[in-house]
Design a binder for this molecule. Structure first.
Ligand code: NAP
Length: 256
């Protein structure tokens, strides 16, 4: 067995928002490392999730599916219960589920503001809370929140999204301080512009795509596979002395 496939051996991970994009790539990477992965998404993604399970299993990995809307407290309780029942113990939680829409402030409806916060911020908080007792009991756990560089420097038309991600970064810092003595690390990954359904909101045409690429130091867009290494790293033993950090994975759009 390769060194990579050993890293997650006898470990389990929960990944939210896994039907496509970055979440799907994270599931595949962690499963390739030997983690037993519980992949979450909303029930409407049934077909994609079954495909994901089949792909992971075909590569020799383990993947269970937990349908839950991370903004719904009852669903979140069931997600945690299911994950613990399937895996016995959970080592890693990746809060990846997220939503984005683009409107200038005067056009954001209050319900749309709430939707951003309910999924991106409250969802991250609720799934974390549902597994925190388990992590504390074990005196171990890796919590990895997928935030955004938008949470550090914002973006026009994304006040609701970017502020919800700034809150995720702040939540990461504070939670890290609260749980460090119980051996739990909490870190955030802040992707730049990644070529997913969501990322495409940033480049609707050739001209805007060119502008986005010009903003990067590496001269290209990111792909979901560009993000997974940082998640696998925060989950690994190599990151055992790293907590409360928010790492930009953005091709050099921003440097701090
Ligand atoms: P994506 O392609 O839109 O995928 C998001 C996933 O989350 C979808 O599978 C979606 O399911 C799921 N989801 C949405 N609401 C959910 C809920 N309430 N409960 C459970 N699952 C839910 O987005 P992505 O680009 O992969 O983004 C993944 C994460 O990275 C997000 O947190 C996003 O904010 C962050 N991020 C992305 C970029 C980028 O450029 N792509 C940049 C910075 C940060 P449905 O399809 O059913 O809605």
């Amino acid at each position: 067995m390769s060194e990579l496939a050993q890293r997650g051996r006898n470990r389990a991970a929960v990944v939210t928002g896994a039907s496509r994009g970055i979440g799907r790539a994270i599931v595949k990477r962690l499963a390739a490392e030997g983690y037993h992965v519980v992949a979450n998404d909303i029930e409407r993604q049934h077909e994609e999730m079954e495909k994901l399970r089949a792909e992971v299993e075909a590569s020799g990995g383990r993947c269970d599916i937990a349908y839950a809307d991370v903004s719904n407290p009852d669903d979140v309780a069931s997600l945690a219960e299911y994950a613990l029942a399937r895996c016995g113990t959970i080592d890693v939680l990746v809060n990846n589920a997220g939503v984005l829409s683009v409107h200038k402030v005067e056009d954001i409806e209050p319900d749309e503001w709430d939707r951003m916060y309910d999924v991106n911020t409250k969802g991250t908080f609720m799934v974390t809370k549902a597994l925190l007792g388990h992590f504390r009991q074990r005196k171990a756990g890796r919590i990895i929140n997928i935030a955004s560089i938008g949470g550090k420097r914002g973006g026009v038309g994304q006040a609701h999204y970017c502020s919800s991600k700034a809150a995720v970064i702040s939540f990461t810092h504070i939670l890290a301080m609260e749980v460090g003595l119980d051996g739990i690390t909490v870190n955030a990954v802040c992707p730049g512009i990644i070529d997913t359904d969501m990322g495409r909101n940033n480049y609707r045409d050739e001209e805007s795509l060119k502008k986005v690429i010009e903003k990067t130091t590496l001269g290209r867009l990111g792909y979901p596979e560009d993000v997974v290494g940082s998640v696998a790293f925060f989950a690994s033993d190599d990151a055992s002395f790293i907590t409360g950090q928010a790492l930009n994975v953005c091709g050099g759009i921003i440097f701090h």
